[in-house]
Write a protein that binds this ligand. Structure first.
Ligand SMILES: [Zn+2]
Length: 126
């Protein structure tokens, strides 16, 4: 049993290692395979979050139509698949009101059912 635990193996292919104590892989090939996979997984999460943020932004833009500001029911956002867990940043107005943004589109909660949607102009972004 002791032998099993002290045996060092390649983290990618599992072959027994006979090199330095800190050796983790049997070859450059295995090290690259291992690192590339972790890298891909890391970016998979970022892509997933970016998709949610872009979807949120699109929904706000669609609801705003061609206006600069507009009141909408929160229900309208839910219906379209808005994800309230994700946003890019928030802005606190001089009067203390907190606007939640997905990139250049955002909203202010004005009641338990109503939101006030706004678009920031690019010149003052963010
Ligand atoms: Zn290996």
């Amino acid at each position: 049993m002791d032998f099993y635990f002290h045996q060092r193996i390649c983290q990618e292919c599992g072959v027994q290692l006979k090199g330095r104590r800190d050796q983790k892989f049997c070859s450059d090939y295995c090290r690259n395979q291992f690192n590339n996979r972790n890298y891909a997984q890391k970016f998979a999460l970022q892509r997933q979050i970016n998709r949610i943020l872009l979807n949120n932004q699109r929904i706000l833009a669609q609801l705003l139509l061609n206006e600069k500001k507009r009141n909408v029911l929160e229900l309208e956002l839910h219906k379209r698949g808005y994800n309230f867990e994700f946003h890019t940043h928030q802005k606190i107005a001089k009067n203390g009101q907190v606007y939640i943004f997905c990139y250049d589109f955002g909203y202010l909660r004005i009641s338990d059912q109503q939101l006030f949607i706004v678009q920031r102009n690019n010149a003052s972004f963010p």
